[in-house]
Design a protein around this ligand. Structure first.
Ligand code: ATP
Length: 235
């Protein structure tokens, strides 16, 4: 039987000099879920997502992604795509050219979708030939998502994908993510705000100063945890 676990992280620690960005973090995500990572600025969300994308290596702890242990070299694990710290686009190129350029950076042999196909999926087919410098933040987020979809990932990792999305952009993105998980993929995405994640996620992990303060199904989240999330965001 295929492994039912998408991500199994145990005791993950990552430091930058004196800063402990992640402190003994456990993260368990079953396949086919949309898992939210929430926490205030500096909580460690981007650092954790970067480890999943192979952009950095943990100091200690173990991490298994889609059944394979993550090694100590910087490389996107098989079947994983996404972005951290914004979608990373070329402003002077068109949407289509951006995807062509980004597709060229993908690992050889990764299962690929057509550029027109992914632009359609994120609702940007009409602006395929427009330069990205004229795009709103929400459009850039959707183009970043389209780039991640090019490899038809089995694990999609998105850092704050709701930033700048208007309600229709949000609906479009939610549709894409829900279709992905219906096809058996797994999504992990971060946000500063619990309410951003509630419409989409069945489960969340709350991080605060590099530590997990809650992880589990949203319906198990107590009023105190919600209050904690609120206080962390507003402190
Ligand atoms: P935000 O929502 O502001 O992006 P975050 O929850 O994603 O915050 P991280 O960006 O992971 O948090 O940062 C966690 C801690 O690690 C912060 O104190 C940050 O300053 C520090 N940090 C992250 N990356 C580096 C780096 N490359 N060098 C030094 N410190 C870093």
């Amino acid at each position: 039987m295929e492994n039912a676990v998408a991500v199994r992280g145990l005791g993950i620690t990552k430091t930058f000099g004196d800063i402990v960005a992640l402190d003994q973090v456990d993260l368990n995500v079953a396949r086919g879920r949309i898992h939210g990572l929430v926490g205030p600025n500096g909580a460690g969300k981007t650092t954790l997502l970067g480890l999943l994308l192979g952009l950095a290596v943990a100091d200690s702890g173990s991490l298994e992604i889609l059944g394979d242990p993550v090694g100590r070299t910087l490389a996107a694990p098989d079947g994983v795509s996404g972005f951290v710290d914004g979608p990373g686009l070329y402003p002077t190129l068109t949407a289509k050219q951006n995807l062509a350029a980004l597709a060229g950076l993908r690992p050889r042999g990764a299962r690929t979708a057509g550029i027109g196909e992914v632009l359609e999926e994120v609702g940007l087919a009409m602006v395929a030939d427009d330069k990205v410098r004229g795009f709103s933040l929400g459009m850039r987020q959707r183009l970043g998502l389209a780039a991640a979809l090019l490899t038809r990932p089995r694990l999609l990792v998105l850092d704050e994908p709701a930033n700048g999305l208007d309600p229709s952009g949000k609906k479009q993105v939610h549709g894409v993510l829900n279709r992905l998980v219906a096809d058996g993929a797994t999504v992990i995405l971060s946000s500063h705000r619990m309410d951003d994640l509630e419409a989409l996620c069945s489960e969340v992990t709350i991080l605060a100063t590099g530590r997990v303060v809650f992880s589990g199904p949203l319906n198990k989240l107590s009023a105190e945890d919600r209050e904690l999330d609120y206080r962390l965001r507003t402190s």
